[in-house]
Design a protein around this ligand. Sequence first.
Ligand code: ATP
Length: 376
Amino acid sequence: MPLSPHSFESLELAHVGRSFGGRAALADLNLTIRAGEFIALLGPSGCGKSTALNCLAGLLPLTEGKILIDGQRVDTLPSEKRDFGMVFQNYALFPHMSVAKNIAFGLQMRKLPRDEVARRVDEALALVKLQEHAKKLPGQLSGGQQQRVAIARAVALEPRLVLMDEPLSNLDAKLRIEMRAEIRRLHQSLGLTTVYVTHDQEEALSMADRLVVLRDGRVQQIGTPEELHDYPANWHVADFMGYRNLLDLTVDRVDGELAHVSGHGIRLVGRSVGTIAEGDLVRVAIRPSDFALDGTPGEVNSIRATVNLVEYQGREFASGLTSSEGLNLFAQTEHAPRTGDQVTMSVRPESVLVYPADLDAAADAGAPSRPAEVLV
Ligand code: ATP
């Protein structure tokens, strides 16, 4: 399928905001999307992801800011004039129309010649490998196949931007992983610029060129999967990126980039992220997979703890542990510890991220001691 003739160099969201009844669901979103990029909007429920997508789509008017394509405003255009394709969580197919007719519908609405419609429908069906299902009704297809039809329908319009709102969340885990690869393949082969909304960090990390992490309607960080995974900008992003151990400690000493912190009977050395000084309260983030359970007692960054829960997770074991002063900790290791074992947890200083404790941290002080009832 040829690239959209209406392609662009860059799409810019400048100070985009949307409020409902005076309350900002999205505030000051600044993002420049390059042609061909795959951008994921990521964040917990209610953070403003769908609001951002709907503002882009033209389904919601902005209350602040502008959206520009190659310098031309598009936020003033109605949805149908923006030339964007949408894929929704619930597929939104017409149940009484065949697969082929569902794909053809938007093309016919655009009054394209009949042979052009037929060509595009065939190409879109081939792209999503559904040729032999062309005459079936959506109800005769599986969820994954229906979502493929929805994607084919969007792609057939040769849109200059594809917007996807949690398109895989109605599918089972295995199919989700298959469809991730499928969407990525389509994106790469067509060079489609895509904005993809998800609350699943793994999905976003595996698919996107860049991620935009939102929280309470505000951007927390924009970066590549590696940047977000290895250098979360604040503890909220770290929390969202799987740094399951969040410990409220106090700074004893700052030594260049290294911070020496302590509290609850433990002492750690880690990398400071942000400005911190001696005596500050900090929130320390450590990924479960960065802990080893065979450390040497008394060494730097060792914590004595008791294993109280072990869960097999495919290739690794997730463990919930409790330190001698009652801190709940999480580890993920190749070898299974036994429940009741006393172990020495250890972690390298570069894997210990020390963040300033913001005001929310004080309000949310229960977070570090979340019990290990559920490991994933
Ligand atoms: P989810 O993953 O649950 O869909 P989300 O990150 O997409 O969440 P949004 O749907 O963008 O979040 O909602 C952001 C905030 O705006 C929420 O607090 C929500 O209650 C509010 N909101 C969204 N739509 C409306 C509306 N039409 N009227 C009033 N408030 C709204």
